[in-house]
Design a protein around this ligand. Structure first.
Ligand SMILES: [Zn+2]
Ligand SMILES: [Zn+2]
Length: 138
């Protein structure tokens, strides 16, 4: 499986045998990162993802005192991957960059406290006001 940025210079190759753990996030940082009302990343073991091409990285503090680093293409600006210091050993790949409408649905939806109110989500998709350790909203 291959993910790529808009211009194609930054890619991520994902082992086909790797099982994604996909998270939809409505936090303000993900909204600003993507330019969309939410972000969706599929997480894999680091060893299952190889990044090719030139990336720039941006690290931001999280509200829990950790950091979240995203890698983006310096030419077209697409975010392609992310790594959370809280969860070492796993790499997130932006699901939009995988560009497969058949990609499996997220396992959970987080930071629903800032979810855009028009966005309806399936009852079967667990939702959380903030992180998965906190208050469950659905
Ligand atoms: Zn690019
Ligand atoms: Zn987020």
């Amino acid at each position: 499986m291959e993910a790529s940025c808009q211009c194609g210079n930054l890619t991520a190759t994902i082992d086909d045998s790797a099982e994604p753990m996909t998270v939809m996030c409505h936090c303000i940082e993900c909204q600003k990162r993507t330019g969309s009302p939410f972000g969706v990343m599929a997480y894999f073991p680091d060893a299952s993802v190889s990044v090719g091409g030139e990336a720039r990285e941006y690290a931001r503090p999280t509200d829990e005192g950790n950091s979240f680093t995203t890698g983006f293409c310096p030419t077209c600006g697409s975010t392609l991957y992310g790594r959370a210091s809280k969860y070492p050993g796993i790499t997130g790949v932006t699901v939009g960059a995988i560009a497969d409408p058949n990609f499996p649905a997220p396992a959970r939806s987080v930071y629903e406290q800032s979810r855009h109110r028009w966005l309806a989500l399936p009852e079967a998709l667990p939702g959380f006001a903030r992180g998965r350790d906190g208050e469950q909203t659905r």
